[in-house]
Design a protein around this ligand. Structure first.
Ligand SMILES: [Zn+2]
Length: 221
């Protein structure tokens, strides 16, 4: 696991496949996403803080929720509650709700599309956006199979554009990191081309989807 101290009390954990964010507060630490089941994210986080960990999910995909076996409860948007193992108590996150730890105050923005319960976390003072998988440089952004909706994804990127002034730094869960605020509109433009059918697709060698490369990012659709 590659660990970067982004700022005092803010760590980026990256196992080469997916990254998580650890923010230490006074009484607890936020663990934003838990990685794959074999990422050992909680174990790594516990080397960085002795505080109890509060697992907050950007969405319910297995590369973000896989580490929940180390937890009894998690915070996730209702749209992805069905993706969480039954033995984990779910606290539903609401649009506009704030989650705080240490110097960070994150507002929850519901951005359905990649999954129905995808959220972004925005700290307006820090000018920092954690978009989960919705904004990515290069990609691929998974948009095939159940739980995905391209039209909602496009609407959510338009919604995120409204927050772009506060999103000076974007820390995505995969691939290039950090990325600039322009990637919100870049992903939107590519997604709209995908919807129009103007991107050329090719069969993926092992996944049940086709890959479509846009100007800035790629979709598995
Ligand atoms: Zn992911």
């Amino acid at each position: 696991m590659d660990i970067t101290k982004y700022e005092e009390g803010f760590y980026i954990l990256d196992d080469g496949r997916v990254r998580e964010f650890l923010i230490t507060g006074e009484e607890e630490a936020l663990l934003i996403d838990t990685g794959f089941a074999d990422s050992r994210t909680a174990e790594e986080a516990e080397k960085l803080t002795k505080l109890p960990l509060k697992a907050v999910l950007t969405h319910g995909d297995m590369d973000h929720a896989g580490g929940l076996s180390d937890f009894h409860e998690c915070w996730v948007h209702a749209g992805d509650a069905h993706m969480i193992p039954q033995n984990i108590s779910v606290h539903e996150l609401q649009e506009g709700e704030h989650i705080t730890a240490g110097n960070y105050d994150f507002e929850i923005i519901h951005i359905p599309g990649h999954t129905y319960g995808s959220i972004a976390l925005l700290d307006r003072d820090k000018r920092l956006l954690l978009p989960g998988d919705t904004v990515q440089k290069s990609g691929p952004i998974f948009m095939f199979g159940e739980n995905r909706n391209l039209d909602l994804y496009i609407e959510s990127l338009k919604k995120l554009l409204g927050y772009a002034d506060w999103a000076e730094v974007i820390l995505p869960s995969h691939h290039g990191c950090p990325v600039s605020r322009e990637y919100i509109s870049y992903c939107l433009q590519d997604a709209m081309e995908l919807r129009k059918g103007t991107l050329e697709g090719k069969d993926h060698p092992s996944l049940p989807c086709r890959s479509y490369r846009g100007k800035w990012t790629e979709f598995y659709f």
